[in-house]
Design a protein around this ligand. Structure first.
Ligand SMILES: Nc1ncnc2c1ncn2[C@@H]1O[C@H](COP(=O)(O)OP(=O)(O)OP(=O)(O)O)[C@@H](O)[C@H]1O
Length: 273
């Protein structure tokens, strides 16, 4: 893609957010994301995932600690430069629904306006639309799209921004299982740094190089998906059972989740063939 940006790393150094009533919703988190790495942040509701994500793109300032973008303190980087380097797709992005898909995706070029010229900007927007399978819908207004289709347009807008880092807050909201897999695969193939809050734990291992597990504002695990989503950690953090499983056709490692059986209950097992 024209002038695609080089990936950058991100680092949280002992970051905390303390509410006025003294709750530590992010509590002394140290977390590094290498350039080009895909990090999934998981945890139960209220664990502090979105708050940590907001620290990473400067929407929130840490009460203590520091966010580093590459080797630079995020606090010292101008809003314009941040907008060039970091693209964000949030949970509640509410664009003007009268925009056409092409105009909406074109908003991603605003931080770069005047740098490459209108022709190159248009080409970048067209590529982003094609990459998300939106090429035939450029003239449709957002108000005519389903929630999942709008989500794809939001990802295309972020791609058109040609960021060094893509930040996704629950990007698979509204998406059906196939669209969810396709979206995460598209994010996987970008070759840039991606930090995503994901609720669907089953999607994590196909997408992420590393997983950060949060609970009560703290980072309780940070490792490869197989290690961070170890059944003991999953039971402790999510109160769910987790069963590793290998797809016999592809050899891919998958995780299957289930609610634990009530204490004392006996499950009848099928007799062995
Ligand atoms: N501005 C704020 N003032 C006070 N408390 C807040 C504020 N923002 C978030 N919180 C609280 O901080 C905690 C963490 O919120 P956050 O949105 O980061 O969690 P989360 O892990 O992303 O949750 P979810 O999975 O439900 O989206 C929650 O208890 C939330 O109510």
């Amino acid at each position: 893609m024209v002038g695609a940006a080089a990936p950058l790393g991100l680092k949280a150094v002992q970051v905390s957010i303390v509410t006025p009533d003294a709750r530590r919703i992010v509590d002394a988190v140290d977390l590094s994301v290498e350039p080009g790495e895909r990090l999934a942040i998981v945890g139960p509701n209220g664990a502090g995932k979105t708050s940590l994500l907001r620290l990473f793109f400067g929407r929130l300032k840490p009460d203590t600690g520091q966010i580093l973008l590459g080797c630079r303190d995020l606090a010292g980087i101008s809003l314009t430069e941040r907008a060039r380097l970091i693209a964000v797709v949030g949970q509640n992005d509410v664009p003007d629904l009268r925009l056409t898909v092409a105009d909406y995706v074109g908003l991603g070029r605003i931080p770069h306006r005047g740098r490459l010229g209108a022709g190159a900007d248009r080409e970048i927007v067209e590529r982003a639309l094609e990459r998300l399978g939106l090429g035939a819908w450029t003239g449709r207004r957002l108000q005519t799209l389903s929630g999942g289709e709008r989500q794809r347009a939001a990802i295309a807008r972020a791609l058109a921004q040609q960021p060094s880092i893509l930040i996704l807050d629950e990007p698979t909201n509204h998406l059906d299982p196939r669209a969810r897999a396709d979206m995460l695969e598209a994010a996987r193939r970008l070759g840039i740094t991606v930090v995503a809050v994901l609720h669907d734990l089953a999607s994590v291992s196909a997408f992420a190089d590393r997983v950060a597990v949060m609970q009560g504002g703290r980072l309780v695990a940070h490792d490869t998906p197989a290690t961070a989503l170890d059944p003991k950690i999953v039971r402790h953090v999510f109160a769910m059972d987790c069963f590793p499983f290998t797809n016999p056709e592809t050899g891919r490692s998958l995780l299957v989740f289930d609610t634990p059986a009530p204490a004392g209950s006996k499950v009848a097992r099928a007799p062995a063939p």
